[in-house]
Write a protein that binds this ligand. Structure first.
Ligand SMILES: [Zn+2]
Length: 141
């Protein structure tokens, strides 16, 4: 399964990751599930409400509720969320995996390196309690 991400949103995510260092940044992914891919059309930046934002992330639930309300009746919804790893770890940590509960949510992680930033995305299957890796396809605008 592919996760289609517009290039400008990829740049925005990297910019947010840099700006938040040494803390983790986080927010929501807005978009839609298509038959053969998941499309991200927008992101909503959240404050990181975690007690120690250098070690974990917590998205503002009010932001989530606001977007769910705004998107009701449209073809779009909150399809997932993103957060960064200031330590450069690529992909989900054990702690991330332990926090997953919501079915069909995309978990996008931006790993901050010295110069390169590596994005990864996984889709959570709540019934099987497993993650499926997504291929990120960056779409030029
Ligand atoms: Zn993480």
């Amino acid at each position: 399964m592919r996760l289609v991400l517009p290039a400008e949103l990829q740049q925005l995510l990297v910019g947010e990751t840099k700006a938040a260092l040494p803390h983790e940044c986080c927010g929501l992914l807005i978009g839609a599930h298509a038959s053969d891919c998941i499309e991200v059309s927008d992101i909503a930046i959240s404050d990181n409400l975690a007690d120690d934002p250098s070690q974990s992330f917590e998205i503002d639930m009010r932001l989530r509720l606001r977007f769910q309300k705004e998107l009701r009746g449209t073809s779009k919804s909150v399809i997932g969320h993103y957060h960064s790893h200031p330590n450069g770890r690529v992909g989900l940590s054990g702690k991330d995996k332990a926090q997953a509960w919501e079915d069909q949510m995309v978990w996008l992680v931006i790993a901050a390196g010295e110069e390169t930033f590596i994005l990864s995305a996984d889709l959570y299957d709540a019934a099987a309690q497993t993650f499926q890796s997504l291929v990120i396809a960056v779409e030029q605008g």
